[in-house]
Design a protein around this ligand. Structure first.
Ligand SMILES: Nc1nc2c(c(=O)[nH]1)N[C@H]1C(S)=C(S)[C@@H](COP(=O)(O)OP(=O)(O)OC[C@H]3O[C@@H](n4cnc5c(N)ncnc54)[C@H](O)[C@@H]3O)O[C@H]1N2
Ligand code: MOO
Length: 444
C-alpha cells in the first residue's frame, strides 16, 4: 500500500477529496468538539450513549432473533420418563437372551403402547408389550427389540435376535436435568434455542425487545419509488435501504417517509414520532449546503455534527432528540444523503448501536482477509470504505476488486447492489496496489 509521508497525526487541513469531487476535510462545518474524529472514536461514542432496551417477557413464538436477558433453567427432566427409541417390543432382556434367526423365541404380546400412552402394563416372564417410538417403557421391561428383529406379531411375537441389556431405551434426564441451565443470558435466540426452551417446559422468555427505528429521508428533490420524476427530482432510495437494513439486523423499521428541506416539517415529524420509536435514522441535510435542514434543526438542540475521517460518510450527526417531561431523549442518527454514504454509515455506526440496543455484545461484523486484485486510490487522512466484489479462494482468503468502475463515489447507488463486501482501507493509505492485503467485511 502507498502511505502518505508522515506529517504526524491526522491533521485537519484539506487532506483529501471525496471521489465524487466535492469533499474538503475538516473545516467550515461549524461542528462542536474536535475538528475530526476517527470511525472508531465516533462508534465508541455512539455505543457509550446507547444501552440495551429494558427486557420484556414474550412468548417463544416471538423470541426468535431476540437476546435472552436471563438464564433459562430446565423446569423438568428431558426426557421426562424412560421411553422407547424404536418401534418394536418392550420386554425382559433375559426372556430373549437366547434368540437367534434360526432359533427365535416366542413371547406373548400383552399390551400395545403408542406414543402418548399412559399405561404401565405389568409384564410376566415371557410377556412383551408392542411399543412405539416415544412411548413410556413399562417398569417391568428392561430393553426394546426393534420390529425389524421380529415377525411383527400382535398376539404372540417371534424374537429373532437377542437384545443387548437396556437396548433402545432413552433414560429420563439423559438430555438435561431439571434445574440445569439450558440457555445462558446474552444468547441470541435461534430455532434450536427456542426448541430447547420449549422442551424444558418454558413458554415465555425474558428478552431485549427489537428496537423500533423511525426512518426519515430529507430532501425536496425526493419522490417515492416508481413515481415519475421532473427535472432535478430523484427516487428516495435511502429510506428503502435503511428500512431493509434495520430489519436485517433485527430492528423494526418505521417508515416516516420523506420531508422537504423545511425545518418546521422536519421538526413536526420528529416530534410526532419521538414517543413511539426507540431511535431515528435520517438521511441528507447534514453537510454544509444552504438547505441542510437536519443540521439546522438538530445542532441547536445539542446534537453533535462533524466530519468523521472516513470516505464515504464524512458528515455525520449523532445525539438525542429531546424527550418531553424529563423523559429520556430518542437517539438520532443523522446520516449524510449520498446513498453509498448511507449504507457505509449504517454498517459502521447504526447497526452496532441497534445490536447493542438489542442486548448484543458482538456488534461488529467479522473481518476477513482480502487480497486486492486491482489497484485503486484512497483519500489521504480518511479511512476508505470501498464497496467490493469479494471472491473466495480455496485457502479461505478473498480476492477483492471495487464493485464499480466509478470507484468509491458515494452517489453510485445502483453499483452498490453489485458489491458483496466492503474493503476498509486505513487513513494513511493513498493507493491500494494489486496484491495488497486489505480488511474485508462481507455484507448481506
Ligand atoms: N461544499 C461541500 N459540499 C459537500 C461536502 C463538503 O464537505 N463540502 N460533503 C459532501 C459529502 S462527502 C457528502 S456525503 C454530502 C452529504 O450531504 P448531505 O448530507 O447534506 O446530503 P444532501 O445534500 O441532502 O444529499 C446528498 C446527495 O444525496 C442524494 N440523496 C439525498 N437523500 C436521498 C435519498 N433519500 N435517496 C437517494 N438519494 C438521496 C441527494 O440528492 C444528493 O445528491 O455532501 C457533499 N457535499
Ligand atoms: O464521501 Mo461523502 O463523505 O460522499 O459520504
Amino acid at each position: 500500500m502507498t502511505q502518505r509521508d508522515g506529517h504526524g497525526e491526522h491533521g485537519h487541513g484539506p487532506g483529501g477529496e471525496s471521489h465524487d469531487g466535492h469533499g474538503h476535510d475538516g473545516h467550515g462545518h461549524g461542528q462542536h468538539g474536535p475538528a475530526t474524529i476517527s470511525v472508531a472514536e465516533h462508534r465508541a461514542r455512539i455505543l457509550a450513549a446507547v444501552s440495551s432496551l429494558p427486557a420484556r417477557t414474550v412468548p417463544l413464538a416471538l423470541a426468535q432473533g431476540r437476546v435472552l436477558a436471563a438464564d433459562v433453567v430446565a423446569r423438568v427432566d428431558v426426557p421426562g420418563f424412560e421411553n422407547s427409541a424404536m418401534d418394536g417390543y418392550a420386554l425382559r432382556q433375559a426372556d430373549a437372551a437366547a434368540a437367534t434367526p434360526d432359533a427365535p423365541v416366542t413371547l406373548q404380546v400383552v399390551a400395545d403402547l403408542p406414543a402418548g400412552s399412559a399405561e404401565d402394563p405389568p409384564l410376566a416372564v415371557g410377556d412383551a408389550a408392542r411399543i412405539m417410538t416415544g412411548a413410556p417403557v413399562p417398569h417391568d421391561a428392561d430393553c426394546i427389540v426393534p420390529v425389524e428383529d421380529t415377525d411383527g406379531g400382535t398376539v404372540t411375537v417371534l424374537i429373532r435376535r437377542a437384545p443387548e441389556p437396556a437396548a433402545h431405551i432413552r433414560h429420563a434426564g439423559s438430555d438435561v436435568r431439571a434445574g440445569e441451565t439450558v440457555l445462558p443470558a446474552g444468547r441470541m435466540l435461534g430455532a434450536r434455542d427456542l426448541a430447547a426452551a420449549s422442551a424444558v417446559g418454558v413458554r415465555e422468555l425474558l428478552v431485549h425487545p427489537a428496537p423500533r427505528v423511525g426512518v426519515l429521508s430529507t430532501g425536496t428533490e425526493l419522490r417515492p419509488a416508481g413515481e415519475p420524476l421532473a427535472r432535478g427530482q430523484i427516487h428516495d432510495s435511502n429510506s428503502i435501504l435503511l428500512a431493509a437494513a434495520v430489519a436485517e439486523c433485527g430492528g423494526i423499521p418505521v417508515q416516516l417517509g420523506s420531508v422537504p428541506d423545511d425545518e418546521d416539517a422536519l421538526r413536526a415529524t420528529l416530534e410526532k414520532h419521538a414517543g413511539s420509536v426507540d431511535a431515528f435514522v435520517t438521511s441528507g441535510g447534514v453537510s454544509v449546503g444552504a438547505y441542510d435542514v437536519v443540521k439546522a434543526v438538530l445542532a441547536p438542540l445539542g446534537v453533535w455534527f462533524g466530519p468523521v475521517r472516513m470516505q464515504p460518510g464524512k458528515p455525520q450527526g449523532f445525539g438525542d432528540w429531546p424527550g418531553r417531561d424529563r423523559n429520556a431523549g430518542t437517539p438520532i442518527f443523522a446520516l449524510p444523503g449520498n446513498p453509498v454514504s448511507v449504507f457505509i454509515s449504517f454498517e459502521e455506526f447504526v447497526r452496532p448501536a441497534l445490536l447493542a440496543m438489542q442486548g448484543r455484545t458482538d456488534v461488529q461484523r467479522e473481518v476477513v482477509r482480502g487480497v486486492a486484485s486491482e489497484q485503486w486510490r484512497s483519500p489521504a487522512g480518511r479511512a476508505q470504505y470501498m464497496p467490493v466484489v469479494a471472491e473466495r479462494h480455496s485457502d479461505g482468503t478473498f480476492a477483492v476488486r471495487p464493485a464499480s468502475g466509478g470507484g468509491s463515489g458515494s452517489y453510485l447507488v445502483a453499483s452498490l447492489a453489485g458489491a458483496n463486501a466492503v474493503a476498509a482501507v486505513p487513513e494513511d493509505v493513498t493507493m491500494v496496489q494489486a496484491g495488497d492485503l486489505v480488511d474485508v467485511t462481507l455484507v448481506p
